[in-house]
Design a protein around this ligand. Sequence first.
Ligand code: ADP
Length: 273
Amino acid sequence: MIQKLLKRARKIVIKIGSNTLAKEDGTINYAFICDFAAQCAFLIESGKQIVLVSSGAQVAGLSTIDCWTRKTDIHYRQALCAVGQVELMDNWRTAFANFGLHIGQLLLTKDDFSDEHRTLNMRNTLFTLVDEGVVPIINENDSVSFEEIKIGDNDNLSALTAVLWNADLLILFSDIDGVYDKNPKRFPDAQRIPVVENPAELRRNISVEGTSDFGTGGIATKIDAAEKAGAYGIDMILADGSAPRALASLADGSGQGTVFIGEETWRRTHSGQ
Ligand code: ADP
């Protein structure tokens, strides 16, 4: 099913979580970024359009100014994101340049999605970048966001982006290869759920707890994202970004994950198409 969804999708939003972008020592994993850019370039070459949502600004900031590690107040956290965002984008820029691809940065807040004019401008910018073969890379504008205007996690940001851009498919790359009935990091007998038709029902039936080291949302926000995207007919896949050839393996059918089917795919599946 995953391979079929990727084959059918032309416009794909891909979100990469902080844990996937960070090495165990807390620095940005440039080798991963290069490898991931290569896989994106291959898909773009084959006719797909890609928008990335990349976390990792704070991780990149911490590894750049490591004497700020213990500074936990909000001003330092926001300042770290300002430093780290540049580092992060520099990594993506050089990685995509290897394939002759330019990137464009959009830093967004919740306000941007509730203001009609800003929404229209964002949408136009996204369409223009993609039409011109540039890879847009989106992140929450953590240096200006405070509680009231924060989306709070990039899972929901990527779902809002997918809806805004009329994407066909949303892929969330995390450090886990799908949703399980309970946290597989704590319970070795946890069972992976391959397909989800009803995110609300899933939420009621599984146990979700905590995030990984640098994670922010956990599984709960991934289910929220599936619900948001699914309501607009956008399918979502949750897969392990650190798996070898993570993106390419989903496209060739060898990769695994949890598929959340959107309303359109649900209709097709149930009418036997
Ligand atoms: P990311 O930074 O990629 O967004 P998070 O750390 O926010 O990732 O969320 C993924 C983590 O959620 C996994 O590492 C896993 O330990 C934890 N988790 C908790 N409950 C579940 C569950 N029911 N199924 C899968 N993962 C779960």
